[in-house]
Design a protein around this ligand. Structure first.
Ligand SMILES: Nc1ncnc2c1ncn2[C@@H]1O[C@H](COP(=O)(O)OP(=O)(O)O)[C@@H](O)[C@H]1O
Ligand SMILES: [Mg+2]
Length: 243
C-alpha cells in the first residue's frame, strides 16, 4: 500500500471560527511531507483532527487502510500515529529516560522490559544518551527539541507528526534537527512536518500548502513554492507581518 494516511474533505469549526474548511491530502509511506501555510491557516488543527484530539465536523481519515475517523486518541496512537507538539511539553520533573518510558508505555502500550533496548537506541540516535538521567527541565532548547523527537519515536510510530519542531533555534541548531528528522525517516518512519523555515521545507519530498483552512496544493516543493496561489498567500502574510 503506497498511501499510509489519507484525509478527505476534513472540516472543523470552533464556534464561529472555521479552523479547517476543506482539507484533503494523502501521505505516501516513507516520505517526508512538509506542511506550510500562514499563521492561522489550520495546520495545527489538522494535526489535532488526525490524532483525534478534537472530533471532526465532516470528512474522513484513513490510516494504514483503516477508517479511523471516529477512533479515540489512544487507538490511533497504538496503531502507530505519533506526534510532537508546537510547544514542547515534556514532564519537566522527570528525567530524560523517564520521559521516553512514559511515552513508550502509555502511548505505545508496551512494558518497560519490552522497550528498554529500543529506548537506549533512541537516546543514542537523538544525542541524549549522556543526559538520560538529567531532569528534562535542565535541558537547553535544542536538547528539549531532541527530547520531543525522542518521545515521539518512543511511541514506536509508523507516522510521526511534527509541529514546528525547529522553531526558536539558531540556523545551525535547526540544521541538526533537520538531520535528525532525516535519520528518523531513514529508519522507515513516515513524517509529516509543519514548519515555517523555507530552506528546510524546500528539502522535503513533497509539500502540502494550507491557507484559510483549505488544502491548496500538494506536490514537489519546487511546484508548490512556485504556485501563484501559494505565493499570493505568503506575500499577503509577510506584508501583514511587516506592518
Ligand atoms: N481549540 C480551539 N478553540 C478555538 N479556536 C481555535 C482552536 N484551535 C484553533 N483555533 C483557531 O483556528 C484557526 C486555525 O488555527 P491553527 O490550526 O492553530 O493554525 P496554524 O497552526 O496554521 O497557525 C485560528 O483562527 C485559531 O485561532
Ligand atoms: Mg500551529
Amino acid at each position: 500500500m503506497n498511501e499510509i494516511l489519507a484525509t478527505k474533505h476534513l472540516s472543523k469549526s470552533f464556534g464561529r471560527v472555521q479552523a479547517v474548511a476543506d482539507v484533503s491530502f494523502a501521505v505516501r509511506k516513507g516520505e517526508l511531507l512538509g506542511v506550510i501555510g500562514p499563521n492561522g491557516a489550520g495546520k495545527t488543527s489538522v494535526f489535532n483532527l488526525l490524532t483525534g484530539v478534537y472530533p471532526i465536523d465532516n470528512g474522513t481519515i484513513s490510516f494504514q487502510g483503516q477508517d479511523i475517523t471516529h477512533m479515540p486518541v489512544a487507538g490511533r496512537s497504538t496503531m502507530g500515529l505519533g506526534r510532537t507538539f508546537q510547544i514542547p511539553r515534556p514532564f519537566t520533573g522527570m528525567t530524560v529516560y523517564e520521559n521516553l518510558l512514559v511515552a513508550a508505555t502509555f502511548a505505545g502500550g508496551r512494558k518497560e522490559r519490552e522497550c528498554r533496548d529500543e529506548l537506549s537506541e533512541i537516546l543514542k540516535l537523538t544525542h541524549l544518551w549522556n543526559y538520560r538521567n538529567n531532569f528534562a527541565r535542565s535541558l537547553p532548547l535544542l536538547d528539549r527539541k531532541r527530547l520531543e523527537l525522542a518521545r515521539g519515536l518512543a511511541t514506536d510510530p509508523q507516522l510521526l507528526l511534527l509541529d514546528e519542531i525547529a522553531g526558536g533555534l539558531t540556523e545551525a541548531e535547526a540544521a541538526e534537527v533537520f538531520n535528525l528528522i532525516k535519520a528518523i525517516q531513514h529508519r522507515g518512519v513516515t513524517i509529516v512536518w509543519i514548519e515555517h523555515i523555507m530552506s528546510m521545507m524546500e528539502a522535503t519530498d513533497r509539500l502540502l500548502a494550507l491557507a484559510q483552512g483549505n488544502s491548496i496544493i500538494c506536490d514537489t516543493p519546487k511546484v508548490v513554492l512556485n504556485d501563484p496561489q501559494v505565493l499570493e498567500f505568503y506575500l499577503g502574510w509577510s506584508k501583514k507581518h511587516e506592518q
